[in-house]
Design a protein around this ligand. Structure first.
Ligand code: ATP
Length: 634
């Protein structure tokens, strides 16, 4: 925790008393380069100048006195450039107690803390300063430039409860910066219209709530929102219609369907803005009873023609009251909102940091809706003034340091704004030409998306179906193969049955032969054939045993059951098959038994035959020899 030094004990009273400074650790010098992205203003004609621009020297950083204008390099006499860096002002909110951790010196435009160091800006205000003073010093010059035809952006940045809304919107006793802008614009137009100028003003108002864009001037969503609000459901924001952002060939970024209201004077513009403000999402937090839960952006479009035949100047004044960064709130809804707010502010911080470093790499504008919307302004196509509001208490030390660092980085971001005047000839053509191109591009994109959808939706699904069918076929094929195999075995079984019958007959014959001791070579051959058959049968039985095991195993397998799903009949058939095979095995065991007995009989038969042979050999000499030599014992 930071501890104020004794010399700082009375710092609350010491605003403006800081006399000596050391070089800032935080405030960067003016040697930074940054690459200007191809840019276009949110609601003004595209100015896609892409070049490296060096941060102007300090003398150039004041718009009112030193902003430099130079002739446009594209030889368009109607185009003028304005170069500078973001103007940064710091405004502390008055402290409840008299103790402050910070020293403020408005003469030196410095904020100081012993631990955090010194921070220098274009303007540093004391806490008691009013909105009008803030306006005169840091906003009025920007609006003046906007009235000359340059795009301008003013935004308030700071932690929750630090005074952003108080500054931008004001309160009952304090006129806000937005109102002061409106007054300045119409004061100027009143004067110029008396000199024959034609002016037109339109206004849009939107908020970014939980990373969604809502039109604060849309009566439909407004009414719906109002009704829900009266029911105490306003803060969900889900009922409101979210708007989309899209790239625009002419304006760089465009909010699709955002209402643009024509206003003829200051009071009607202020009425419109009040209406939008009333619809903005707010809620109570630990730091602020009426905390803004969204980033609110007012867009005032100015169209000026100094004479009926002179070109029209178009510029946009973008006024943003950002939601404040905050620590995790107790309430779930506040926490969720806070997380969106913090993420978008982080994205803004990252973009500002990259721009201030002169990064020529990718600037992550698309990381949040806020940076996406502010892209045309931040990418150098708008004069920017940032009002950073801070707390001076010790509890908010970390947040204050973060805000001051953000402010220091913003100070280094340069812009090179081009004023374009709508010359009758050429501009309209260019506009139409751009629209045609955009239209063609969109057609192409739609076609591509459709094609992709066809590919995504049809091919994979048909492929999926094929895959399913394939799996089914494989399973069916397996089942059919098994059935075929089964049939073959059944056939073999039938054959074997016949053989068994034959065997029985043969056995009978053998018995007769043994009984009557009839020497006959046919018996010999028959016995040998039976032996051979027995061997084959044994082999087949082994095969069948393993086949039965295989089938039983398969039946227990999940995959097999899956394939058999819905085919209970087949499952029953499988079981029957096993039963049949078991029966066949039993029969074959009987055959083997029979064959064994046949063999035994043969042995028995052989002995008397040998005896007989010997007798007969002796008697008839070699008769059976010929027969024996023909017999091949396996
Ligand atoms: N400079 C100031 N002078 C007097 N009162 C102030 C000042 N700044 C802020 N306040 C008061 O502090 C309270 C919070 O201010 P405000 O609502 O403007 O904060 P905020 O930064 O907009 O907060 P959030 O981000 O939560 O919306 C308000 O009651 C406001 O009147």
């Amino acid at each position: 925790m930071m501890r104020p030094s004794s010399s700082m004990a009375n710092m609350g009273k010491a605003y403006g008393n800081l006399k000596r400074y050391t070089p800032s650790r935080v405030t960067s010098g003016g040697s930074l380069l940054r690459r200007r992205a191809s840019s276009a203003n949110l609601s003004s004609p595209s100015r896609s100048v892409s070049r490296l621009s060096r941060r102007p020297s300090s003398s150039m950083s004041s718009i009112s006195s030193s902003g430099s204008s130079s002739g446009d390099t594209n030889n368009n006499n109607n185009s003028v450039n304005y170069t500078g860096t973001i103007q940064v002002a710091v405004r502390p909110r008055p402290l409840q107690s008299s103790r402050s951790m910070w020293m403020i010196n408005p003469e030196a435009n410095c904020v100081y803390n012993r631990d955090a160091g010194e921070f220098f800006y274009d303007s540093v205000f004391t806490p008691e300063i009013d909105n009008t003073t803030v306006y005169t010093k840091s906003v009025e010059p920007v609006v003046s430039k906007c009235l000359e035809g340059f795009n301008a952006t003013v935004f308030a940045y700071g932690m929750t409860g630090s005074g952003k809304t108080y500054s931008m919107q004001g309160n009952l006793g304090q006129i806000g910066l937005i109102d002061l802008c409106v007054k300045q614009i119409f004061r100027h137009f009143d004067i110029t219209s008396q000199k024959g100028a034609q002016n037109k003003v339109t206004c849009s108002y939107l908020e970014i709530y939980n990373e969604k864009l809502y039109d604060l001037l849309n009566p439909e969503t407004g009414m719906r929102f109002g009704r829900l609000s009266s029911l105490g459901m306003h803060s969900s924001g889900n009922s409101k219609e979210a708007l989309r952002i899209r790239d625009d060939p002419l304006y760089g970024v465009k909010v699709v369907g955002l209402k643009e209201v024509d206003v003829s004077n200051a009071s009607s513009l202020l009425r419109v803005i009040r209406r939008g403000e009333s619809l903005r999402t707010t809620g109570g937090t630990d730091y602020n009873e009426r905390s803004s839960r969204s980033h609110a952006i007012v867009l005032i479009h100015l169209f000026t023609k100094n004479a009926p035949d002179s070109p029209e100047t178009v510029s946009t004044l973008c006024l943003c009251d950002l939601a404040g960064s905050e620590k995790a709130a107790r309430q779930l809804e506040r926490r969720q909102e806070g997380s969106y707010i913090n993420k978008s502010l982080l994205a803004l911080g990252t973009v500002i940091a990259k721009l201030s470093q002169g990064s020529s790499f990718h600037i992550p504008y698309r990381d949040s809706k806020l940076t996406r919307l502010l892209q045309p302004s931040l990418s150098g196509n708008s004069i920017i003034s940032v009002l950073c509001t801070i707390h001076l208490s010790s509890q908010t030390f970390g947040e204050t340091v973060n805000t001051l660092r953000f402010a220091s980085r913003a100070k280094n971001v340069a812009y090179n704004v081009k004023r374009i005047q709508n010359v009758k000839s050429g501009y309209a053509d260019k506009y139409v030409e751009n629209l045609i191109k955009e239209n063609e591009k969109l057609h192409g994109e739609i076609k591509q998306i459709k094609d992709e959808q066809v590919t995504k939706e049809e091919l994979p699904s048909s492929f999926g179906k094929n895959k399913e069918q394939m799996a089914e076929l494989v399973a069916e094929n397996k089942i059919l193969s098994e059935q075929l195999e089964h049939q073959k075995r059944l056939n073999e079984e039938t054959v074997m049955e016949q053989v068994m019958n034959n065997n029985e007959s043969l056995q009978k014959l053998i018995q007769i032969q043994i009984q009557y001791q009839i020497p006959d070579s046919r018996f010999e051959q028959a016995v040998l054939g039976l032996e051979q058959f027995g061997k084959t049968t044994m082999m087949k039985m082994e095969e069948m045993k393993s086949y039965i095991l295989h089938l039983e195993h398969k039946l227990s397998e999940k995959e097999y059951n899956e394939a058999m799903k819905g085919k209970e009949d087949e499952e029953v058939a499988g079981k029957m098959e096993i039963e049949q095979l078991k029966r066949a095995l039993k029969s074959k065991e009987i055959i083997i038994k029979a064959l064994k007995s046949t063999k035994a009989m043969r042995e028995m038969f052989k002995e008397p035959r040998q005896i007989n042979n010997e007798i007969e050999n002796r008697a008839a000499g070699g008769y059976l020899k010929t027969i024996d030599s023909n017999v091949q014992v396996p």
